[in-house]
Write a protein that binds this ligand. Structure first.
Ligand SMILES: [Mg+2]
Length: 282
């Protein structure tokens, strides 16, 4: 009978088994990458022909309607503009993020780092001033400026990011006015209505261009999910005419309203749970 040795002890085989299990687990890892909520939307923006085509389509429409608006002194795109505006100089109001500038590299970094949005990482990205234009946006803004139309960038970027925003827009060739501040950051109010109202006193607003419904009407501010989905029909004749909307599947009020009152203050797991609960199956 073969003598019982240490090499045949149960403890040693357990050890070998454990090592093999760990090797197996490591080998399987490349096949099971961790998912991230932003992956598809970010790839769509960065790599789809369709996203580029939609940008060009939207800004082609904007250009055509700008010409119509210039020729029609009764035309205004701002609900805040109600009287005595026909002889005012013309302007357009364009949002910045995901309307003029494409911030998808910031989302890509969040995916890479398995992170979610924070103002710290957002500020780092904005300060780099490396965002590229949304397809069609730069050419449209230059066209408007050539026609004597002032382009106002009404953004909910915070005030301390105004100079970085200016640097980014300037480097790309977006028109900026030397005599008047044309980058209107959020101040202490994320509702853009008061900023539109202030501009409407001095300019005839020909077009509003944005990626969030709040870029067009304050009706959308604080609206619930059902209200939000009812409201576009109320302004059916404005979309594609006075209001030009760009797609943003990355983030926005559409997402925040799904999270509910706690919004982005919820942790990632709770946000994901709310999203899954919001899915419709019929
Ligand atoms: Mg935006």
């Amino acid at each position: 009978m073969q003598p019982y040795t240490a090499s045949h002890s149960p403890g040693r085989w357990w050890g070998v088994g454990l090592v093999l299990l760990l090797i197996g687990a490591c080998a399987r890892q490349p096949d099971t990458p961790a998912a991230h909520e932003l992956l598809n939307a970010t790839l769509w923006i960065q790599h789809s022909a369709e996203y580029r085509a939609i940008g060009l389509q939207a800004y082609h429409l904007a250009r055509t309607n700008l010409d119509r608006a210039l020729a029609d002194p009764t035309w205004t795109a701002a609900l805040e503009q109600t009287d005595r505006y026909s002889s005012l100089p013309p302007a357009v109001i364009i949002d910045v993020d995901e309307t003029a500038l494409d911030n998808s590299p910031n989302e890509a970094r969040l995916i890479r780092d398995r992170a979610t949005f924070t103002y710290d990482t957002w500020d780092i990205w904005v300060e780099e001033a490396r965002a590229r234009p949304v397809p069609g946006a730069l050419e449209f803004c230059q066209y408007a400026a050539d026609k004597g139309v002032t382009v106002f960038y009404v953004t909910n970027r915070q005030d301390h990011l105004r100079e970085a925003t200016r640097r980014n827009l300037e480097q790309l060739g977006f028109p900026l006015d030397e005599h008047r501040e044309t980058i209107l950051t959020r101040g202490d109010n994320s509702d853009k209505g008061p900023r539109r109202a202030a501009l409407a006193k001095d300019y005839r607003i020909l077009l509003l261009i944005g990626d969030d419904a709040r870029d067009f009407s304050s009706d959308f501010v604080g609206a619930s999910l059902p209200e939000r989905n009812e409201l576009p029909a109320k302004y059916a004749s404005w979309w594609g005419r006075k209001w030009i909307v760009l797609p943003n599947p990355l983030y926005g009020d559409w997402e925040k309203v799904i999270f509910g009152a706690d919004g982005y203050a919820l942790d990632r797991n709770k946000r994901l749970k709310r999203k899954l609960e919001a899915l419709r199956y019929e």
